[in-house]
Design a protein around this ligand. Structure first.
Ligand code: FMN
Length: 221
């Protein structure tokens, strides 16, 4: 598959959370998804254990079931003041406008998750994280999160859109049941729709100046 003509910096700075620009009508070939997973597998893992797993859901009935669960989770999330994107206030008008766009877009995805031709669940076969020490938790998640981001970058390079979501983890076991993930030994980390994007031009996002988040030698508040 030919790839978009993007420099590495363009790829890194324009891989956005795509929701309203997912093309639900265009099928995605399995081999293209394989290519993205192959790229994801080049990511690092603790002791080179490669415990990351990708559950790719294309079956319409299973997508519908997961979409319904995601929608229920989003209903709960919507009540979580101070966490729900729609309840977060930004300091500038520009920042607030961006926040409002995120909320509107996230609401759209909550209503349409099942419509994506594929849903991708990134997991790690390192057992459940509930109550485990920081080193184990960081190692487990560290085995899957870079892989998923690489998957998303590889997808973007191929004209596909993704959106990192975690709201569905509120009902992780129900999602596990839909696709037979062994809940006791496999921790889900991210659920993403996967679809071609409507157009391939995405912008660099507004972000804070690096100096506001770098602490040179000593933590500064
Ligand atoms: C840890 C994490 C959890 C997220 N969870 C959700 C989610 O559950 N639903 C959703 O629509 N977007 C979710 N997002 C996407 C963010 O809203 C998005 O990355 C953010 O608004 C910035 O937009 P951008 O990625 O296009 O720059 C999540 C992103 C991250 C990194």
């Amino acid at each position: 598959m030919s790839q978009l003509d993007l420099s590495s910096d363009q790829l890194l700075s324009t891989t956005r959370a795509v929701r309203k620009r997912l093309d639900f009508d265009r099928p995605v070939d399995d081999d293209l998804i394989r290519e993205c997973v192959a790229m994801a597998m080049q990511s690092p893992s603790g002791s080179n254990t490669m415990t990351m797993q990708f559950v790719v859901v294309t079956d319409p009935a299973k997508r519908a079931a997961i979409g319904e669960i995601y929608g229920k989770c989003f209903d709960i999330y919507r009540t979580m003041d101070g966490v729900y994107a729609g309840s977060l206030q930004r300091e500038t008008a520009e920042g607030q406008a961006q926040q409002d766009r995120v909320t509107d877009s996230a609401e759209y995805l909550a209503a349409h998750m099942a419509d994506a031709p594929a849903l991708v669940i990134a997991c790690t076969k390192t057992g459940r994280l509930d109550g485990v020490p920081a080193m184990s938790a960081a190692s487990s998640m560290g085995n899957v999160l870079p892989a998923m981001w690489s998957f998303m970058l590889a997808a973007r390079a191929r004209g596909l859109g993704t959106c990192w979501t975690t709201v569905g983890l509120m009902m992780e076991e129900q999602i596990a049941d839909v696709v037979g993930i062994p809940f006791d030994s496999v921790q889900q980390a991210v659920l993403s729709p996967l679809a071609y994007t409507k157009g391939t031009d995405f912008k660099t996002a507004m972000r804070p100046d690096p100096d506001t988040i770098i602490h040179w030698n000593t933590w500064s508040s």
